[in-house]
Structure formats: structure tokens, C-alpha cells
Design a protein around this ligand. Structure first.
Ligand code: CMP
Length: 139
């Protein structure tokens, strides 16, 4: 039952960080369709990772286990060896493999040292399940 499913540990964040992550989610065409309660819990459960210059965050063609929000730094998006574009702070990415259970559609690489908030698939699914079940129990 909903009340017995424990949520992953929330990570403390200041209001500026919470707003940055929330705005990034709202600016993503796929994630903005999620419910406000889901978004709030996603923001709470994200944890920070630091990537060094040149480090690969996402590898095209691999299964995806994280959803990300770039807080600081610069990333590039590459598909079939071709540069598709850059990502700047306030961008959510890696949502496609998480939402649609597909392989990573592109490679994402750090151009400079980057601070990225991450949410793992298990926590994402727990959040979705928990609030859906909680709602069902209201009826
Ligand atoms: P995903 O396929 O999980 O992993 C790679 C991510 O790169 C993808 O999710 C999107 O978030 C992002 N992405 C894919 N294609 C593009 C593109 N053409 N421009 C910018 N970002 C992209």
C-alpha cells in the first residue's frame, strides 16, 4: 500500500537550486506534462554529481538509468559523431530513455566542469507509483 512504500531520501537544497531544477523540468517538453506533486518529489530527491571536462554523462545507444538537470557548466550533445548542440544551465535531459524505456538517443559530454543534479530510474518509478497509489486510495 502507498503508505508502506518509502520514498528515497530527499537531499537538502536551497530555494535557488529548487527553482533552477523546477524551471528546467517545466521547460522540458516531455517532463512538463508530469503532475506538480511528481515534480516536487523529483526535485527533492535529486542529488548532485560533478563531471570533469571531457567526461561523458550519457552514452548514445546505452540503456538509461538517470534523468538529469544541468546546474552549472556546459554540455554538448552528439549523435552519430555529429554535434547537435550545446546545453546550458537550467536544462533537463536524459528524459527520453527514462520515460520511454528506449536506448539513449544521443551522447552528452561535459565541455567544461559541470554540476549536474541526477535522479535514478528506481526513485523516479517509486515517485510515480507512490503518488498514483495514494490518489487511488482517496476513492
Ligand atoms: P536520452 O535519449 O535519454 O539521452 C540523451 C539525451 O539527449 C536525450 O534523452 C535528450 O534529453 C537529449 N537530446 C536528444 N536529442 C537532442 C537534440 N537534438 N538536442 C538537444 N538534446 C537532445
Amino acid at each position: 500500500r502507498a503508505t508502506h512504500i518509502s520514498i528515497a531520501k530527499a537531499v537538502c537544497k536551497d530555494s535557488h537550486t529548487k527553482r533552477l531544477i523546477n524551471d528546467a523540468i517545466m521547460n522540458n517538453d516531455f517532463l512538463k506534462k508530469l503532475e506538480p506533486q511528481h515534480m516536487r518529489e523529483m526535485v527533492d530527491c535529486m542529488y548532485e554529481k560533478v563531471y570533469t571536462e571531457g567526461q561523458v554523462v550519457i552514452q548514445e545507444g546505452e540503456p538509461g538509468n538517470y534523468l538529469y538537470v544541468l546546474a552549472e557548466g556546459l554540455l554538448e550533445v552528439i549523435q552519430n559523431g555529429k554535434l547537435l548542440g550545446e546545453m546550458r544551465p537550467g536544462t533537463a535531459f536524459g528524459e527520453l530513455a527514462i520515460l520511454y524505456n528506449c536506448k539513449r538517443t544521443a551522447t552528452v559530454k561535459a565541455v567544461s566542469q559541470s554540476h549536474i543534479w541526477a535522479l535514478d530510474r528506481q526513485t523516479f518509478q517509486t515517485i510515480m507509483m507512490r503518488t498514483t497509489q495514494a490518489r487511488h486510495e482517496e476513492y
